[in-house]
Each structure stands twice: as structure tokens, then as C-alpha cells.
Design a protein around this ligand. Structure first.
Ligand code: FAD
Length: 473
């Protein structure tokens, strides 16, 4: 694609829209916006802007549309498919200043927010009103609601409560030409025409910029208990997870960390984790309103765990004990980065009974490429994260064609294995930039062509986060 450059005149116009202090062209700021959390992807923008209102977003898009300049929307920058990397340069449009809660509607159990609010901060504010927004990506201390909607983020609690799209009832968006549009509202049912909200949720910033969201809430569960249950093998942990989800109570989460991951995190956190020698640690969360009822459920789950060969069942009831149980799970990314060079962070999903063969086959696969696989993630819903480490890989080697090709070939083989087990190549991180070469392995030509046509209708000049999901329009 050919685009125009962000020249001095464009910078001046951007300054008129948002004010001098919110337009950035300095190297350090642009460097921050040149990458997200995806290993190996980076590209410098020409300018970054931080608008403070929908009207300002609209004016920026009008300008970009008129001048034919690509725009990459950005919230927290925690994306794991390089979706927030401005591959064609242009403007990074950061929503971080638009971070207000506009309304908490206790009667209708709804909240209206700007896209730049950090997910955890929203949860903390809602807690003061005994209200609950369930989607909980593990990155929630730094990702933002706009990014969660753009990626249709899930999280551990997706097992019981579903993913972000299940809670979005209304959106305000800005289209590529600057038009502002409001979709839906505080409505629990709505079949007025095609469901454009569902189309925009998960569209990775390629169709519209989300400037406001109306989200459905639930009452805050009064009791939450976490169990840490180590097993000697992944197969036992998987059987246990399948068994307990067949019961009438659904655990909030069933998470998993394989042995090598547990040992890496223990080393990183410099703390002991019980049964570090085990092969699979699971975390089971249960919530409810009555202490007695939750107690009965976790007793039952604990008995079932022992039947499947659990080494022990540790119960966390207090906030402190629960935090201790979750701390290793929340620090996996940083622990693995310290251990080795991570060349791929995957979010594969298979029918949940296929998790043990998936992990076994992937381990064999990456070994052939001189790499090691670290598996963890959402055991309860079949979405397993597999970070791949190559000890001898370095930043300089990224430039080396052979090494890049080696990683690309390895990833292709990993996806082939996942697809052969009835799965798909991304459960929650999106296609972004990093999975573009592989999308046609998972979708047929008709489906990809239809998606490209939809993109063209929304964004005829291809300036909305171009170079994402598909190679070319
Ligand atoms: C340690 C770690 C743990 C993670 N755990 C999970 C997890 O449990 N579940 C999960 O689903 N993901 C997880 N992720 C991935 C990531 O956090 C999510 O995809 C998250 O939703 C991204 O939000 P963000 O605010 O950081 O968005 P960004 O990274 O800023 O952007 C993500 C994408 O959305 C687009 N975008 C951002 N804001 C807007 C907007 N307002 N309008 C339109 N498009 C926009 C961007 O262009 C980009 O394509 C994890 C990441 C890390 C680093």
C-alpha cells in the first residue's frame, strides 16, 4: 500500500485538534508506540496523538482520510498478535486519555465507559458498588476496555461467564472518514438489522475506532474461593477438568501451568511453590453468594481431584491466600522472558479433551527446531497458551532470514497440529500482524474474501489499522 507521509502541515493540523502537548514526534515516545507485547514485531510510527474526546478522534480520522494516512488505534499496548504495531508508519491514535467512567447504572446493571479505562480500574470502581464486569484478561492491570473489545478478550473467568462480547450492549464508534455512529444501548435484546456491534467487537481496530462502550454488569459474587491442585501428569489434570465441568456447578475458572512453567515462575518470584516437581498445577476458582454452598462445592471438587491422583488440594479463602495462589499464573510471561528468548506466544484452542495430545505433539514439533515449549492457560475451555523459547535466539538474529524462516516454519507446523485436532489458531489474541500468513490454514477462501469485502465497505481507503488480519485489500 502507498500512503502519504505525516508532514509538518499534518502535524500542525493534529496540534490544532488535540493541543500541542498531545501530539508526539520525539523518538522515545514513538519508540514506545512502535511495538506491543508480541515478540519480534516492531515498526516506528511517524506521529502519535492522544485525543481527549470523540469529537477529536473524529477530526483526526477526517484528516487522515483526506490525506490518505494510516491510523493505528491503541489502548494498553498489551496485544499478543502485533495488532497495535503501526506497520505502515503513519499515526498511532492512543485512547489512553479517554479513560472515564461516564455512568454506573445500578438499576439496569450497566456501565458506560470511555475506551481508555484500564480493565482492573473499572473492576475496582464497580466493586465499590458491589457490581461485577466478569471478563478478566490476565493482563488486566495494564490493558484497557477499548483493546479488550477490539480483541474480544477472554480470561480465566470465561469458563463460567463468557468473553467480552457477551457484555457489550452498546458502542459509540468513529469510522475511517470521521463519521461518528452510536450502536445499541442499554439493551439486553436487540435484533434491529445486522448485528454491527458483534462485527466490530473483535475486529482488531480494522473497522472502526471504539470511543465509548455500554457494558452489561452482574452483581458481585459475595464469596470467591481458589484451589491450587497439583497433578503428576497433564492427562490426569485434563480428565479432572473435564469431569468437574460436567457437574451442575460451573467453576469460574480452571487454569493450568505445566511443571516447567511452575519451576520457571518459582525461580523468577524467588518463592517456593508447593509440589514444584509436579507436571501440572491447576487453579480452580469457585464463586457464589453463600459460604456454605461454596464450601460444599469445593469439598466436592477437592474429593474429585484426589480421585484423579491430585498430590494435594490447597484452599485459598482469604484475599491474601488467593493472591498467593494466582501470583505464579500472573507472572508467567515475565518469568519465561527471564528464562529464555521467547520467539512465539500462541493462544491455540482445541476441543478440551484434545489438550493432552496437543501439548505432547507440540513439544515434539518444537524440539525439532531446537526450541522448548512452555504450556499454560485456560484448561477449562480448551485454550492453551504455548510460549516457545529458543535459548540461542537474539535480537540480531531476527534480522537473519534463516532464523526467521525457522520460526515461521515451526509456527506453521504448530498450527497444522492444532487444526488436525479440531482446533484453531487463535482463541483470544487475534490474527493481528503475526498470524496473517496462516489465516488461510484456518479459514477457507470464501470466508477470507467475504471478510475482505466487509473491510472495504467500512474502510474504503484502507487507513484503519492497515496490514492487519489480511495482507492486502
Ligand atoms: C501478560 C499478558 C497476559 C494476557 N492475558 C490475556 C488473557 O487472559 N486473555 C486475552 O484475551 N488476552 C490476553 N492478553 C492479550 C491482551 O492483553 C489482550 O488482547 C487485550 O485485550 C489487549 O488490550 P489493550 O488495551 O492492551 O489493547 P492494544 O494492545 O492497545 O490493542 C489491541 C488491538 O486493538 C486495537 N484497538 C485498541 N484500542 C482500540 C479502540 N479503542 N478502538 C478500536 N481498536 C482498538 C489495536 O489497534 C490493536 O489491534 C494478554 C497479554 C499479556 C501481555
Amino acid at each position: 500500500m502507498t500512503y502519504n507521509k505525516v508532514d509538518e502541515k499534518v502535524i500542525e493540523k493534529l496540534k490544532e485538534v488535540v493541543g500541542d502537548e498531545y501530539v508526539f514526534t520525539d523518538k522515545d515516545t514513538l519508540e514506545n508506540y512502535s511495538h506491543d507485547e508480541t515478540p519480534m514485531y516492531k515498526s516506528m510510527p511517524e506521529a502519535a496523538v492522544r485525543p481527549g474526546s470523540t469529537e477529536e478522534v473524529s477530526k483526526i480520522m477526517k484528516l487522515a482520510f483526506e490525506k490518505n494516512i494510516p491510523v493505528t488505534p491503541r489502548s494498553g499496548g498489551t496485544c499478543l498478535s502485533a495488532g497495535a504495531v503501526p506497520i505502515y508508519g503513519g499515526i498511532v491514535l492512543s485512547l489512553e486519555r479517554m479513560n472515564k467512567i461516564k455512568e454506573i447504572d445500578k438499576k439496569n446493571l450497566m456501565v458506560i465507559v470511555e475506551p481508555g479505562i484500564i480493565t482492573e480500574q473499572l473492576g475496582n470502581e464497580l466493586m465499590k458498588h458491589e457490581l461485577f464486569f466478569p471478563p478478566d484478561p490476565v493482563s488486566l492491570d495494564s490493558c484497557m476496555i477499548g483493546g479488550n473489545i477490539a480483541e474480544n478478550a477472554g480470561g480465566p473467568r470465561a469458563l463460567k461467564y463468557g468473553v467480552t462480547k457477551n457484555y457489550v450492549t452498546g458502542l459509540e464508534v468513529v469510522f475511517s472518514d470521521g463519521t461518528i455512529s452510536r450502536l445499541g444501548g442499554k439493551l439486553l435484546k436487540n435484533v434491529t438489522g445486522y448485528d454491527l456491534i458483534d462485527l466490530i467487537v473483535g475486529s482488531e481496530g480494522t473497522l472502526a475506532i471504539i470511543t465509548e462502550a455500554t457494558l452489561e454488569l452482574l452483581p458481585m459474587p459475595k464469596i470467591v474461593v481458589d484451589l491450587l491442585v497439583p497433578f503428576m501428569c497433564v492427562e490426569d489434570a485434563s480428565q479432572f477438568a473435564i469431569d468437574i465441568t460436567k457437574e451442575t456447578y460451573t467453576p469460574t475458572a480452571i487454569e493450568f501451568m505445566e511443571g516447567e512453567v511452575v519451576r520457571a515462575v518459582a525461580q523468577y518470584l524467588k518463592r517456593k511453590i508447593p509440589f514444584e516437581e509436579a507436571s501440572a498445577h491447576t487453579i480452580i476458582e469457585i464463586d457464589g453468594d453463600e459460604k456454605e454452598q461454596v464450601g460444599k462445592i469445593y469439598d466436592k471438587i477437592g474429593d474429585r481431584a484426589l480421585k484423579y491422583g491430585a498430590l494435594d488440594v490447597f484452599v485459598g479463602e482469604s484475599a491474601n491466600d488467593r493472591q498467593k495462589i494466582w501470583e505464579p499464573r500472573k507472572n508467567i510471561g515475565d518469568a519465561l522472558k527471564e528464562l529464555t528468548t521467547i520467539v512465539a506466544r500462541e493462544d491455540l484452542v482445541v476441543p478440551k479433551d484434545q489438550i493432552p495430545p496437543l501439548i505432547n505433539q507440540l513439544k515434539e514439533c518444537v524440539k525439532k527446531y531446537g526450541a522448548a515449549l512452555y504450556a499454560f492457560g485456560h484448561l477449562g475451555d480448551g485454550n492453551i497458551h504455548t510460549d516457545v523459547g529458543m535459548d540461542d535466539y537474539s535480537d540480531e538474529k531476527q534480522e537473519d532470514y534463516n532464523d526467521k524462516k525457522k520460526v515461521d516454519d515451526m509456527r506453521k507446523e504448530m498450527y497444522e497440529i492444532t487444526l488436525s485436532l479440531g482446533g484453531t489458531i487463535t482463541a483470544e489474541h487475534g490474527i493481528g500482524l503475526s498470524k496473517i500468513p496462516y489465516i488461510s490454514m484456518a479459514l477457507d477462501v470464501t470466508q477470507v474474501e467475504l471478510m475482505k469485502k466487509i473491510k472495504k465497505i467500512f474502510d474504503p481507503k484502507n487507513i484503519m489499522n492497515p496490514g492487519k488480519i489480511f495482507t492486502d485489500q
